[in-house]
Design a protein around this ligand. Structure first.
Ligand code: ADP
Length: 438
C-alpha cells in the first residue's frame, strides 16, 4: 500500500474511533455514524469541487494541495500536466524551427489550410505575391492573388506542372508557382520562384532564332533565284557545272525549308493565340489526304476514315500544318506498298482524335519521348535524304499546345507507328456554329 492510501486508511480509522466515542457520549451510535458519514462525504465533495474548479480554469489556477487519496489524485494530475507542458514546449520549439526554416528559404513559401487560407508566409513570398504578414493570414489566397490563371490553377487542382505568371507587384517579374499538397485535410505548400532571368534568356533565344531566320530569308531567296536560272541554263556554263548547280539547288531548298519551319515555330511560340474559329475538320483532312495521294504517287495504300460531323474550334492554317506534317512523315518513312490509315473520330472519353497509322519501320522505344524536340531525328542521314528539317514534330507539338491538345506516339520498332492528336471536349465545335460563322 502506498503512502497516500496509508494516510487515508489512518484517517478513516481515527474517524471511526471519534465516531465511536461520539456514539458512546450521545448514547446513539446510529446518529453518530450518520454524522460521521455526512462529514466524510462533505469532505470528498469539497475536494471534488476543488478539482472541478481547477479543470474549468485549467492552466490559470494552481493544482490544489491535499493529503490522502485526494493528495494522490492531485499529485498524479500535476505529473500529467507537467508532461503535457513539456510536450507542448517541444511542439512550439519544432514549430518555431519550421517557421525559421520557411522564412530563411530563398524561394517564396506559403502554407495553405484546407480552404486555401494562408497559414504561414515567408518574406520572399510576401514581396513576390504582394501579401502582408500578418494581416493576410487566414484569408483565402485566391482573394488576394487574383490573376485569373492562378485562380483557375488553384481551382483545377492539377499541380503536376508549375504555373508561370507575372508578379502582381511588378509585371516585369515572372514567377513560377508550384503547389505541393500534403497532410490528410487538403493542406498545400505553395512555392514561388522568381524566374525572370530564365524567362528573359528564353525570350532572347526565341528572338535570336526569329531574327536570324528573318535575316536569312532574303539572301536565300536571292540565291535561290540565281541558282534556278543557272540550273535552267542550257549553254556551256550550265552543262559544265550541272552537277554542282544541282547540289547547290538541293541544299538551298533544304535551307529554305529549315528557315520556313523556324519562322513558323517562332510565330507559334511568340505570337499570342488568335481568337479560335470553327474549323471544318472533315474538309481539312480531305485536303491533306488529297495532297498525301499526290506526294505518295501511288506508292502507298492510303485509307481515310473520318467522322463527317466532327468539327473543332481553332486555327485552320495551324491545324493544317500539324496534321499534314504527321501524314507526310508517314508517307516519307513508309516504304513502297506500305499502308497508311488516316482516322478522325470522337473517342468514348469525348475527346476528338486524329490519328495517322503506318506500316513503316517503327521507332525504337527510347526515342519516343524526344521526338518532338527541335532537330531530333532517329536517323539524321535518312531524314536529310528525304528532305526533312527535323522540326516537323516540334511544330505539331506547339500547334497542339495552342489547341489545348496533346500528341501521343505509339510505335514498335519494325512494326509501324501511330501518331494521335487528342483534342479536349471544350475544343469540339458545333456544326451549326461553322455555318453561322461562314
Ligand atoms: P523530320 O523532318 O526529320 O521528319 P520530324 O520532327 O517530322 O522531323 O520527325 C522527327 C523524327 O521522327 C524523324 O527524323 C524520324 O526519325 C521520326 N519519325 C517521324 N515520323 C515517323 C514515322 N511515321 N515513322 C518512322 N519515324 C518517324
Amino acid at each position: 500500500m502506498n503512502e497516500s492510501w496509508k494516510i487515508e486508511a489512518w484517517r478513516i480509522l481515527i474517524f471511526i474511533v471519534v465516531i465511536l466515542l461520539l456514539g458512546t457520549g450521545i448514547n446513539n451510535y446510529t446518529l453518530a455514524a450518520l454524522i460521521g458519514a455526512l462529514i466524510y462525504l462533505a469532505w470528498h465533495l469539497y475536494s471534488l469541487a476543488r478539482l472541478n474548479r481547477w479543470l474549468t480554469e485549467y492552466q490559470a489556477a494552481e493544482i490544489p494541495e491535499s493529503t490522502g487519496i485526494w493528495g494522490r489524485v492531485y499529485d498524479r494530475l500535476r505529473g500529467v500536466t507537467r508532461h503535457h507542458q513539456h510536450e507542448m514546449a517541444d511542439l512550439h520549439r519544432g514549430l518555431d524551427r519550421y517557421r525559421q526554416i520557411t522564412k530563411a528559404l530563398p524561394e517564396g513559401a506559403v502554407t495553405l489550410g484546407p480552404n486555401d487560407e494562408i497559414e504561414l508566409i515567408n518574406e520572399a513570398a510576401t514581396s513576390l505575391l504582394g501579401l502582408k504578414d500578418p494581416q493576410d493570414l487566414g484569408s483565402p489566397i485566391t482573394n488576394l492573388v487574383r490573376d485569373p490563371q492562378f485562380v483557375d490553377y488553384m481551382r483545377d487542382g492539377k499541380f503536376s506542372e508549375a504555373l508561370e505568371i507575372p508578379s502582381p507587384v511588378n509585371h516585369s517579374v515572372r514567377m513560377s508557382i508550384r503547389v505541393v499538397p500534403y497532410g490528410d485535410v487538403n493542406q498545400k505548400l505553395l512555392l514561388v520562384d522568381d524566374v525572370s532571368r530564365v524567362h528573359k534568356l528564353d525570350e532572347i533565344r526565341r528572338d535570336f532564332v526569329a531574327n536570324v531566320s528573318h535575316e536569312m530569308k532574303s539572301p536565300l531567296t536571292v540565291i535561290k533565284g540565281y541558282v534556278e536560272s543557272m540550273r535552267d541554263d542550257t549553254g556551256e556554263f550550265g552543262l559544265k557545272w550541272k552537277k554542282a548547280i544541282f547540289q547547290v539547288d538541293q541544299q538551298t531548298d533544304r535551307m529554305c525549308r529549315v528557315v520556313e519551319d523556324l519562322l513558323q515555330l517562332s510565330n507559334l511560340e511568340t505570337n499570342p493565340a488568335e481568337k479560335p474559329t470553327p474549323v471544318d475538320m472533315p474538309s481539312l483532312i480531305r485536303s491533306v489526304h488529297a495532297e498525301a495521294l499526290e506526294l505518295s504517287n501511288s506508292r502507298h495504300d492510303i485509307a481515310l476514315d473520318i467522322d463527317e460531323t466532327l468539327f473543332l474550334t481553332g486555327n485552320f492554317n495551324q491545324l493544317y500544318s500539324a496534321l499534314s506534317n504527321l501524314v507526310f512523315n508517314a508517307i516519307q518513312y513508309t516504304p513502297k506498298r506500305g499502308q497508311i490509315r488516316i482516322a478522325w473520330h470522337l473517342g468514348r472519353d469525348n475527346h476528338a482524335k486524329f490519328s495517322v497509322s503506318d506500316t513503316g519501320p517503327g521507332i525504337e522505344h527510347q526515342h519516343l519521348p524526344r521526338l518532338t524536340e527541335r532537330f531530333y531525328r532517329v536517323d539524321t542521314a535518312r531524314s536529310r535524304e528525304l528532305g526533312g528539317t527535323g522540326l516537323g514534330l516540334a511544330i505539331v507539338k506547339h500547334v497542339l499546345l495552342r489547341h489545348e491538345a496533346s500528341l501521343s506516339i505509339d510505335s514498335e520498332f519494325g512494326n509501324g507507328s501511330t501518331f494521335t492528336c487528342v483534342f479536349p471536349p471544350q475544343r469540339i465545335a458545333d456544326k451549326n456554329a461553322l455555318k453561322s460563322s461562314a
